[in-house]
Each structure stands twice: as C-alpha cells, then as structure tokens.
Design a binder for this molecule. Sequence first.
Ligand SMILES: Nc1ncnc2c1ncn2[C@@H]1O[C@H](COP(=O)(O)OP(=O)(O)OP(=O)(O)O)[C@@H](O)[C@H]1O
Length: 231
Amino acid sequence: MTLQVEHVSGGYGQLNVLKDVTFSVAAGQLTALVGLNGSGKSTTINHIIGLLAPKSGNITLNNYQLKKDPVAYKAQIAYIPEQPVLYPELTLREHLDVTINSYRLNQQSAWENAQKLLKIFRLDNKLDWFPVHFSKGMRQKVMIIMAFITDAKLFIIDEPFLGLDVVAVKDLLQLIDERKNNGTAFLITTHVIATLADHADQFVYLKDGQVAAQGPMNQFQQSVPELVSEG
Ligand SMILES: Nc1ncnc2c1ncn2[C@@H]1O[C@H](COP(=O)(O)OP(=O)(O)OP(=O)(O)O)[C@@H](O)[C@H]1O
C-alpha cells in the first residue's frame, strides 16, 4: 500500500471542509479524485502534501506518517499544481538543477532523463530561457518535466489537462502509464474524466467534503452518473 488517507477532517482555520475522508492509493495504480467545483479536491491535496494540517485523522505514505516524519514523507512525493509555480530569477536549466539537487538525484541519469523529457515536450532548445515568460502550456510542461525527473513514489497532479495541447496530453498519459508500470502511484484530480478514464484504476468521488463514492474505475459510470456527461 502506498498512500493512506484515514478519517481526515480539516479545512482552513475555523472552516471545516473535509469530513472523515478515507481512501488509499496503491503502488502502480492511478486514482482519479473527482468532484464538482468546491467539493474539496484541492483541499484534500493540500492536506496530503502537508500544506494544511488535518484537525483529525492520519495520512501515511509507505509507513511514513506525515505528522511524525514530514521530511521522509514529503521526499516521496512529486506534486504538479494546477497553476505552475516557477522562480522568476531562474532559467529552465536552473529549475531542473534545483529539482535534481533537492531530490538528491544522480546528476548524470537525471540529466539524461531530463533531455528525453525536454525533447518530448519540445523545450530542448529553451534550457537557458526563463520559464516565467513561457506560455501557460509551456510552463505546465516545465512542471511536468521537473516532476518526471524525480524518482518520487507518489505523483499528485492537479487538473493536468487544462492548459495542454492534444499532443502534450497524449505524451503525458504515456509517461504516466510508463511510471505506473514501474510501481509509481498517481493521484490526479480532473474535471475531464473521459481523458483519464482508460488510464485510471480507481476513483474517489468527493461531494461537500465527503467521499460520496469510491471504487474501481469500471464502476465509475454507475456510481457517479452525475459526472459522466462532463467529459
Ligand atoms: N484558501 C481558502 N480559504 C478558505 N476557504 C477555502 C480556501 N480554498 C478553498 N476553500 C473552500 O473550501 C471548499 C472546497 O474548495 P476546494 O478548492 O478544495 O474545491 P475543489 O473541489 O478543488 O474545486 P475546483 O474544482 O473548483 O477546483 C470551498 O467551499 C472553498 O470555498
């Protein structure tokens, strides 16, 4: 078992958003976290990445409890937020350097991997450019490349498809499938379930901060008919 979210309640200050949220994401599996606007998807992610502390409940990743071992816990996660977060003063090369150093990756193999990813996303001639000046889709690709050069055990991706062109969506899905086959776990929020349906193994459906349904992806249509027409 990789990620376990157990009876988590929490929110922002006095505002309780999540109520007794329980689900897990297994190694080599992709869990789609779905729900309407305001249902609590980002809040759930904020708790899992340690940006918010639960009022009650536990979050564990490969036996490391977020509460007790936050550093070991967080070192296993690669997170791609919906809005790219980039350093204005750093070039693309420097962004990749920061990732390689902070995840303590092997320089040579990480750069080999980076070169492949830069080519896939057509950014290989932009290493000395400043990504803050890139287009939204290009900035998102930088975040994707930074995540995929790590050896994180759990990838958390918030709305991956919104800013990407069709070629990039296809390339990202292929990368996700490859990593899944190597045992990496994925937790992905999306409004576009149709794009993810063939790649997801499980779904968790949030409604008003509670898990209203969860199960294997082949039960999605019957469990969450209200979201099916969305894609
Ligand atoms: N920073 C914040 N401070 C206070 N309340 C917040 C904050 N962020 C979100 N909320 C509230 O928490 C609830 C859940 O919001 P959340 O962003 O988790 O939903 P979501 O499912 O990610 O929505 P969307 O699909 O629109 O991204 C909403 O009622 C929202 O108003």
